[in-house]
Design a binder for this molecule. Structure first.
Ligand SMILES: Cc1cc2nc3c(=O)[nH]c(=O)nc-3n(C[C@H](O)[C@H](O)[C@H](O)COP(=O)(O)OP(=O)(O)OC[C@H]3O[C@@H](n4cnc5c(N)ncnc54)[C@H](O)[C@@H]3O)c2cc1C
Length: 451
């Protein structure tokens, strides 16, 4: 039991009740933590951004990663979209039928591999449970709240850190080839009205005006949604630039060290790896899909599973200048995004465990989708840079941010396909919770205790 007036987080006696809702957090307010020593595992979008905010809040921060630099895994070549416009969870009612239908098919955009079924059993049940219309709408709202908070936080972060990451702010265009799907998307946006999302339905003619490169598809389209709030940016460039600035402010980065947790008396005693032992007051696991494995070492069940995705980047100027703004093809489940010096197609989701190898069938299929959408490009295979990464996916499609049942162990993971969109908001929320500050948004929908 937490003694009256004590901070349940510091006390380490967390129950579901402690985090049931906003009101329960009142008990923590006013318990502002003084300077702490924090070790963060992971230097992707989640880890680097958390380091930035924690350091700004006055804490001593060390970031450890097994890679040789920041943003080298899932945050390396993602779709580049900061997209409140497309922040719905994957578990739309009926999504499980698509997943089961993909068993044995190697070219489906959403795919489940037979050998991963046992590892997904409990997680899969939770995914199904969260696929009702009511749950889907609730989680969509939670994602929208976090992503809008993130876009706002990004603006301040940019001003403070003065970093360049090839930001674009022209919105994005979601194209539809099916009238019913477009009507459903419009109805969903209407339900979310008032949540601050700038988004409207546009005719095919208007879509072509906004993005003339779509002209070859004109007779296939039934219209589009223009997500005006959406932004773009190169996530890897952001991780490198922000890590550099964070280092200037005193954050220590240790690369090339694969670490594990050392437990003692029900708390994390240290992080060990690369022949060294790192101690701190608090530890943050921001290790993407691998967060699950690290948490297991502390006896904490984190329902995050890897959902593999692919991208192909072309750096030729001719092809780059074809497209003015990002396109989200809702029928083919891909995004095509122009960056400052490149153009990238990204998509596909495969439940294939922790396998990070490039499957040539998936690469070819993504390339052919690119050719279908923008046939005017050369899309020369020899110039293509294929990549794949593991999205850290939670079973309700919402991030997991905050305390765990271990008093000094925290998590920032589970953003799935929205890790770039939600990076700044997630890290700021984590920092507020760890520091005992009043959170800017209700933390309950993102707490681990909801599972
Ligand atoms: C194809 C694709 C397209 C995407 N497109 C978008 C998009 O358009 N918009 C969007 O918002 N999101 C997108 N995402 C999702 C987004 O990229 C991820 O959610 C995000 O990168 C996850 O960041 P992270 O920091 O949690 O994980 P990561 O970037 O994977 O970082 C985790 C880090 O932890 C380190 N680590 C793990 N275990 C250990 C250990 N034991 N010891 C030391 N280090 C360890 C790893 O080396 C890694 O560097 C996309 C993802 C994919 C795959």
């Amino acid at each position: 039991m937490v003694p009256a007036g004590a901070d349940p987080i510091a006390h380490g006696d967390l129950t579901k009740q402690d985090f049931r809702g906003w009101e329960d957090y009142d008990g923590c307010r006013g318990v502002r933590r003084r300077k702490m020593k924090v070790v963060i595992i992971g230097s992707g979008l989640a880890g680097v951004t958390s380091a930035w905010y924690l350091r700004r809040r006055g804490h001593d921060v060390t970031v450890i990663d097994r890679e040789p630099g920041p943003g080298r895994q899932t945050s390396f070549a993602n779709g580049g979209l900061l997209t409140p416009g497309m922040c719905e969870p994957w578990n739309a009612p009926g999504a499980w039928k698509v997943l089961l239908g993909s068993l044995g098919r190697s070219d489906a955009s959403l795919q489940l591999r037979m050998h991963t079924l046992p590892g997904l059993a409990g997680w899969g049940m939770s995914f199904l449970k969260n696929s009702t219309a009511a749950a889907y709408e609730r989680h969509h709202r939670s994602n929208l709240r976090l992503s809008m908070f993130s876009l706002k936080s990004m603006q301040t972060l940019r001003d403070q850190a003065q970093i360049e990451y090839g930001r674009g702010a022209l919105g994005s265009l979601g194209i539809f080839r099916d009238r019913d799907a477009l009507a459903r998307a419009e109805a969903e946006v209407a339900k979310l009205n008032g949540a601050g999302l700038a988004c409207r339905r546009v005719s095919t003619a208007e879509a072509l005006e906004l993005e003339p490169a779509l002209a070859p598809l004109a007779d296939q389209l039934s219209g589009a949604m223009f997500y005006e709030s959406d932004e773009t940016g190169d996530a890897h460039r952001y991780c490198e630039a922000l890590a550099e600035r964070a280092r200037d402010t005193g954050v220590e980065f240790i690369f090339g060290a694969e670490v594990s947790l050392e437990m003692h008396s029900g708390k994390v005693a240290a992080v060990i790896g690369g022949g060294k032992r790192y101690t701190a007051d608090h530890y943050v696991v921001a290790a993407g899909s691998y967060s699950t494995l690290l948490m297991r070492q502390a006896g904490v069940r984190l329902p995050v599973r890897p959902a593999k995705g692919y991208s192909i980047t072309f750096e030729n100027e001719g092809e780059r200048s074809l497209l003015g703004r990002p396109i989200i093809d809702h029928h083919l489940h891909v995004v095509i995004v122009p960056f400052t010096r490149a153009i990238r197609v990204a998509g596909t989701a495969e439940f294939a465990g922790y396998d990070r190898s490039l499957n040539p069938v998936r690469v070819r299929s993504l390339l052919s989708t690119m050719r279908d959408i923008l046939p005017q490009g050369r899309w020369d295979e020899s110039a293509a840079k294929p990549w794949c990464g593991l999205r850290p996916l939670s079973p309700d499609g919402v991030a997991i941010i905050g305390p765990t049942r271990i008093a000094n162990l925290w998590v920032n993971s589970g953003q799935g396909p929205l890790g770039w969109t939600c990076a700044a908001g997630s890290a700021q929320l984590l920092t507020q919770l760890m520091s005992g500050d009043e959170p800017s948004i209700d933390p309950a929908p993102y707490s681990l205790a909801r599972f």
